[in-house]
Design a protein around this ligand. Structure first.
Ligand code: XMP
Length: 319
């Protein structure tokens, strides 16, 4: 793609001009925007870049390892893996209100980011994967005006607080252009095409109290569900798909015994921008096969439901 090729060269030139010999910190979430930002910066300034990946313990199965392997081992980018799951899960103990969950995670995220970033010597810039739509409008949804799509990953107010200047190399691009740039930079297609994942992670897919047990069950069920979707070739047709573990246990039978385990809900929607969405019309065969697999493969779940709510009136996430 010659346009993106030229864009990349120009972006690299501008980054070098802006940054000079200074050091840059980049918050990495594992999402497409922050990944493309990091790789572009790395091409421009190499070891003057350090990425901070905050692991709040609310990620999907193998997610942290995948991010670390790709950026540290494959791209050779300096990366701090801030494994702070103890802190986050500890503070979230007993918290059930969705907005309190979000606020708690957002607050801790900023504290943790600041702590790790503060240890990077001579840093004078903070890189962010701000896109053009983020610049022209502040999208708000379920949580009201204070909650934006990037509410927890763009560390609002932090640059000033830490005396850092901003580098935002994607601020002229739309999402599809970021994907094209990612392709140009050698990001694997499977990575570029990944479904969006919310900043608060599995916390908002675990209505009610978050426990380690529930998170573990949720991770396993989600992995089986996504595996099913990929096997049936449906991943790219779907905007987002995930499992929510419900705060209710139900009775079932397994072999000769009675079970009393969690119920879960499968969610899958099509959408253009996340603002409105339709539930995905899976076949009954697909749903039946997936339910059987989840119940057989995931200890702790004995009932599977499918969420057929569109947005509006529902939201995509359960909280
Ligand atoms: P809803 O559930 O509001 O979600 O229909 C719309 C899109 O936004 C994502 N989402 C979030 N992303 N922080 C985020 O970074 C959040 O608090 C948050 N809440 C929802 C959701 O995954 C979907 O893509």
């Amino acid at each position: 793609d010659w346009t993106m090729d030229a864009y990349r060269d120009e972006a690299i030139r501008q980054i070098r001009e802006q940054v000079g010999d200074s050091h840059v910190i980049c918050g990495l979430s594992g999402g497409v925007d922050s990944s493309v930002t990091a790789i572009l910066l790395h091409e421009a300034i190499g070891d003057q870049l350090t990425c901070v990946f905050v692991d709040h313990g609310l990620l999907r199965q193998n997610e942290a390892e995948e991010v670390v392997t790709m950026f540290r081992d494959h791209y050779n980018i300096k990366l701090i893996h801030a494994d702070e799951s103890e802190l986050f899960l500890g503070e979230l103990e007993g918290v059930t209100d969705p907005e309190v969950k979000r606020k708690t995670i957002g607050r801790l995220f900023i504290d943790v980011f600041q702590k790790y970033a503060g240890e990077i010597e001579d840093a004078s810039f903070l890189a962010q994967g701000t896109l053009y739509p983020d610049v022209i409008e502040s999208v708000s949804f379920s949580g009201g005006p204070s909650v934006t799509i990037k509410s927890h990953h763009n560390v609002g107010g932090l640059p000033e607080k830490m005396g850092l200047k901003l580098v935002e190399p994607l601020r002229e691009l739309f999402k599809d252009e970021v994907r094209a740039l990612g392709h140009e930079l050698g990001l694997p297609a499977s990575f570029i095409g990944r479904h969006p994942f919310p900043g608060p992670g599995l916390a908002i897919r675990c209505p009610g109290e978050i426990t380690r047990d529930k998170l573990e069950i949720l991770r396993k069920a989600d992995a089986v569900y996504i595996d099913q979707i990929r096997k049936h070739g449906l991943y790219d047709e779907i905007w987002q798909a995930f499992v929510a573990i419900l705060p209710v246990r139900t009775v079932g039978v397994m072999g000769d015994g009675r079970t009393y385990d969690y119920a879960c809900a499968l969610r899958a929607v099509t959408s253009v921008d996340g603002m409105t969405a339709d539930y995905y019309p899976f076949s009954h065969e697909f749903l039946g096969e997936t339910a059987t697999r989840i119940i057989n493969e995931v200890k702790g779940i004995n009932r599977v439901t499918y969420d057929i709510t569109s947005k509006p009136p529902g939201t995509i996430e359960w909280e």
